[in-house]
Design a protein around this ligand. Sequence first.
Ligand code: FAD
Length: 547
Amino acid sequence: MGSPPSCFLKQITIIEIKIFMILFISCILYETNICSSDSLDTLTVPPRSNSTNILSSLETLPLDGYFSFENNHHAARDFGNMYHFLPSAVLHPKSVPDISTTIRHIFQMGSASELTVAARGRAHSLQGQAQAHQGIVISMESLQALEMQVHTGEMPYVEVSGGELWINILHETLKHGLAPKSWTDYLHLTVGGTLSNAGISGQAFRHGPQIDNIYQLEVVTGKGEVVTCSEKQNNDLFHAVLGGLGQFGIITRARISLELAPKMARVKWIRVLYSEFSIFSKDQEHLISSENTFDYVEGFVIINRTGLLNNWGSSFSPKDPLQAREFSSDGRTLYCLEMVKYFNPDETKTMNQITENLLSKLSYIPSTLFHSEVSYAEFLDRVHVSEKKLQAKGLWEVPHPWLNLLIPKSTISDFAKEVFGNIVMETSNGPILIYPVNQSKWNNKTSLVTPDEDVFYLVAFLSSAVPYSTGTDGLEHILTKNKRILDFCATAQLGMKQYLPHYNTREEWQTHFGSLWKVFLQRKSAYDPWAILAPGQRIFQKAIRTS
Ligand SMILES: Cc1cc2nc3c(=O)[nH]c(=O)nc-3n(C[C@H](O)[C@H](O)[C@H](O)COP(=O)(O)OP(=O)(O)OC[C@H]3O[C@@H](n4cnc5c(N)ncnc54)[C@H](O)[C@@H]3O)c2cc1C
């Protein structure tokens, strides 16, 4: 074998030095205390003065879309309505190259620039995760490069833009008698936003979360490279990005697996009540472990309510109205098991037999069986109905100090005893969802962190705060209650993991990721070495050259 020519060696040495420098700075980045310790409930950070040169260099980029440098206050807001970071610019991309050109430009500036980039779906984040203080926010909904393409056949799928809304995917795929398998409770969220977290709902016990129902992604990394990835191609990036909190790349396209949707698309929607948590959870666990079971299983906690049908809407009717009228909750804490069976109208009889059979194995309070029948699309889009009502009353844009937890099956009764029996016994500030899922249906190669048990529960405290209130419905009170719940989980060592996680220190992030932390760091160093992406998650901080 001959030796390489000396100019080639020189080139390799320069590349090696460059890579070393990047890795070196990445190491500093990991050793710095990367997270701010702000403990403010509502955090508004004014813009820092950014280098005019750097910003004006953005204007020289050849783009199909455009940057806006003014009137960007909307990009400093999210659903949580507690954190407000004003960006320096908002990119409205019209093509994938718009995104890669912008990120490559910032990547090439290296540590000379403090610019970071946050993809913004619908900003349904809770604590500023889709914001970029003095950085660039990319409005993913502007990315209209890709029409939705539905592919029928043995393994049907739909190919969509990362900024597409799940509600649009539902309507488009239904035209072909198909639909995604796994959903979120609310569909006015973007594909890129939910795939950066997980996308969990009542179908996840059977199909896994949305991140486990993806065939392929197109991603723009933190170096500005456009990479196609899947289980078979660039699989490390594929797994990194799914549940990766936006840390490794911007999802510009996704290929989502589909299943046959009910032809005339109807659903039987059932709710039953329990007064004992142990019986309620036993029944939930039974349903998610059965073969021929419901298509959706969720549940929620009812705290201090007197009217049984509060907020259930007029569409639910009791199976036995006489008995139901006699049932009184007396302000007790109750647990509602919610189940759904999809069916075609010509299969109504069979569907009724199946549901009767499934219900006969459950131990709910007999007088509390309520049911409803709605279209498949109506069921999936159910939260939008509440959204419209709340918006009309001006109650959608209040602070939302939500807390989402994943609790192992082995500790869920300890959790329920202390949390439902003590911490939130008197009042709840919004719905509290609780339902189990099967770990075996979830892919453990993604960046999502879950408890290490075969079955774990999602518990979601979906609180709304009354602005400026100092009472039990105020932000401070709810945040204190959330902290009590988190402290209890830690002290009692319940093995809890946060979903849609939010932490203030690197130690907390490290604990959250546990053994995955090392892999997470390696992937960050490989795909976003300058820590440009998703700064609002507050996991990493961009290393800046100060002299
Ligand atoms: C009413 C309501 C109901 C919800 N119900 C559920 C539910 O049932 N199940 C569930 O799992 N979640 C649920 N969520 C949470 C939801 O999944 C998250 O809010 C998620 O962030 C999606 O919102 P978004 O599309 O607006 O993303 P954003 O909030 O805009 O972004 C979320 C994160 O992803 C990053 N990001 C956004 N787009 C991309 C992209 N294309 N590529 C890479 N990174 C990106 C952002 O930078 C940010 O860090 C609900 C939220 C709300 C408000």
